[in-house]
Design a protein around this ligand. Sequence first.
Ligand SMILES: NC(=O)c1ccc[n+]([C@@H]2O[C@H](COP(=O)([O-])OP(=O)(O)OC[C@H]3O[C@@H](n4cnc5c(N)ncnc54)[C@H](O)[C@@H]3O)[C@@H](O)[C@H]2O)c1
Length: 456
Amino acid sequence: MGVGYMGIATALAFARRGRRVFAYDVNPRVRSRLRAGRSPYHEEGLEELLRAEVRRRRFVVVDTVQELSASAQCIFLCLPTPAGRLGRIDLSPLRRAVRELGGALRRVHGYRLVVVKSTVVPGTTESIVEPLLRRTSGRGVDLLGVATNPEFLAEGRMVQDALHPERVVVGVSDARSLRWLAAVYKGFGAPLFQLSPSGAELVKYGSNSFLALKVSFANEISRWTEVLGSNIDDVVRALGADPRIGPTFLRAGPGFGGSCFEKDLRAFRTRAEELGVPACAADAALAINQEQTEHVSELIQSAAGRLKGRTVAVLGLAFKAGTDDVRESRAFPIVERLVRDGARVRVHDPVALRNFRREWNGGVGRSLPGVRFATSAAGALRGADLAVLQADWPQYLEWPSRWSQAMRTPLVVDLRRALSPAAQERAGLRVLALGVGGGARGARPGSPRASSSRRS
Ligand SMILES: NC(=O)c1ccc[n+]([C@@H]2O[C@H](COP(=O)([O-])OP(=O)(O)OC[C@H]3O[C@@H](n4cnc5c(N)ncnc54)[C@H](O)[C@@H]3O)[C@@H](O)[C@H]2O)c1
């Protein structure tokens, strides 16, 4: 129930493992696209998997909650839990769905297991979802199990993560729910961790806080490497080789974005206050992320000299390459700051342009007109004084020399250190890379085109 980014990956992974999956989303556009085998979201391998499972009839889209609850024995709630007021998560979409599901369950026979897969703060399943579901369905423990099963997949590699999870975490309060969940996950080859519902919910927030902290830690160290004249990638490679630390997520960039880290960390902090427990690690991760966002603007400013009247191309609008998800993308504060500083801004992304335009125009862009949405990277770069590489889509990394030639100054602020020395050399680019000391700070817009480039 709820076929967004997480719901579709989860549903298709179950289908691929041989379960018969019934999917319901409140949005009729999502339902009709899914039914036609067209993915509403961009992710590698997703549409192929969707088409195959629709054809095999193991992934079936239904039009009502009634049909869903009559057809499926185990119902996974993959509903949004967006940021709400005062740092809390907004549980209203989940509550609405649970009420509707409870009403539908009154009219079906047999045991059902309802599983909260959405990310919810510790205590939500037991104190909110289960009582609401029992009240609206009129079902006792003999006819209804309620469990939680947080999801850990990462966008950009959603399909692989859902098909091959490293672990399955379940929060259950009775043996039958555990048996059912173990059966549903049979064949995934992942160890199953059994906890209480609030324990499982805590694993999810602990995981996101820790991962966000790793990103923020790398970002903080990158400030050191910029000042000391070394390269952050060399430093984190050596750091992450220590198995107690590990290399994943230890990667500096423009700061974390995406639909989860920011909202989950804020919700975690607020829940910590309610419970009277500390959340200093989450606080630190958020504070460093904010600091990094400001630092990125300073970096761009230092490369440009002045921004007023300059033309700046921002390449990559998704919160990272590999997805069309723009939620909390760092492209928003970057573009906003550029516009406020008087730059003419052109933006491009190979798959996320439409989502970015919609969010921008519906939000801060309403009062900040003038951003041009380019349908090609070459179009965004034409006549630009500076380019900012925000997401490292592979097509940008090839950087043909005609792109540099079309720019007024072939200068790039590379927030991902993604442009190889060979690409820079070939394209005659000057690059100021985040996290790398002794960068191309001398290259000012308007300065002569570099005859040979230097990895900054
Ligand atoms: N996106 C991720 O990478 C990811 C990873 C792990 C966990 N999560 C968690 O999973 C949950 C869902 O996230 P998402 O990114 O998939 O959100 P999303 O916004 O992409 O998808 C939610 C879907 O639910 C549908 N929906 C809303 N109300 C409904 C209702 N009453 N009945 C049926 N459908 C309804 C929406 O139309 C939408 O398609 C959140 O709690 C999130 O924190 C997300």
